[in-house]
Design a protein around this ligand. Structure first.
Ligand code: ADP
Length: 307
């Protein structure tokens, strides 16, 4: 089983011929509304990858929140610990995408920002089972993520932190966040930010992973986009190639990866093998447009992973 404690947003996207400058209005867009939020994406990814999933999150007492809850139920997530926060709006991400694929994103966290350590304290002990995976991220308050990770650790769970969006290296939260996780899964930007380096084509990612492990986690997986990922666990480092696919939309690749990685680790698979399976899941996700709608099911992941 996988327990995801994280964000839920509604993504409102406007496609434009080009991104506006500050103060500018650009006409000619198409508008879409899709479910999102890294936590929700990862919970759905893990569910479709074959695990029982409990999603711990907060939505507002509004139409967007009700729609999100209905969707989570349809996906088969256990939503008994999703809190509906009174007099609060659900999280919304406003996204501009230019014709070249570049984007600009602003997030109104809404109910996500109201997840407190006390909410974590109130969760029943039955949620924290030895050997299960707890997966969390940073679109919720850092202190709530830390509280969740500590409880997971104390119970003997495998605790994964997807450190997205990355806090600045100078943030006082970084040390505590890294020290509370077993496995940390940054992309290149997040890994650099956490290690306090600037990302360059020649960056030595194994060295970066070593620096992060020195701050607490027993393992680090740095995802490298179309170049795959690097897994590091103690003295063991593995480079895992990305699966070669025609990428249509790479939004949510990391979420597909994290959801699948969580499932594989909950099945007790070794880290490098789990990451290779997650690479297959995320490769499938980039071949389809959208974030949640593009997430693959277990049979498809297994098929690609075997071939
Ligand atoms: P994020 O989406 O968080 O920025 P990455 O871009 O590093 O994360 O992608 C996560 C994983 O998704 C990669 O490790 C890789 O396995 C897979 N992936 C991303 N882009 C591609 C691509 N173009 N082709 C195949 N796999 C990809």
């Amino acid at each position: 089983r996988v327990v995801v404690i994280g964000s839920s947003n509604t993504d409102m996207t406007v496609r434009l011929p080009r991104l506006p400058e500050a103060g500018e209005t650009v006409l000619g867009g198409a508008f879409t509304t899709t479910p999102g939020g890294k936590g929700a994406n990862q919970a759905v990814a893990a569910r479709r990858a074959g695990a029982e999933v409990v999603f711990v999150a907060a939505v507002g007492d509004d139409e967007l929140g009700r729609q999100a809850l209905a969707l989570f139920r349809r996906e088969g997530l256990d939503v008994s610990h999703v809190r509906v926060v009174d007099q609060t709006a659900s999280g919304v991400a406003l996204i501009f995408v230019g014709d070249d694929g570049e984007n600009m994103i602003g997030v109104a966290s809404g109910a996500n920002a109201r997840i407190e350590p006390e909410d974590v304290d109130r969760l029943p002990a039955s949620l924290f089972r030895r050997g299960d995976v707890l997966l969390t991220g940073l679109e919720i308050p850092h202190r709530a993520a830390v509280a969740a990770m500590r409880r997971g650790r104390d119970a003997g769970m495998i605790v994964i932190l997807n450190p997205a969006p990355a806090p600045a290296a100078a943030s006082p939260d970084v040390a505590e966040l890294l020290a509370s996780a077993d496995v940390v899964t940054p992309n290149r930007l997040e890994a650099s930010a956490l290690a306090g380096i600037s990302p360059r084509p020649e960056t030595d990612w194994a060295d970066c992973a070593r620096r992060l492990m020195a701050k607490g986690p027993r393992a680090v997986v740095i995802t490298l986009g179309a170049e795959g990922c690097l897994t590091a666990e103690g003295d063991r480092f593995d480079r895992i190639a990305a699966r070669r696919v025609v990428a249509v939309d790479t939004v949510g690749a990391g979420d597909a990866f994290n959801g699948a990685l969580a499932v594989a680790l909950a099945e007790n698979r070794p880290l490098a093998e789990a990451a290779a399976w997650a690479a297959a899941a995320s490769a499938l996700a980039v071949t389809r447009p959208g974030a949640q709608s593009a997430l693959p099911r277990r049979e498809a992941i297994d098929y690609l992973a075997r071939n």
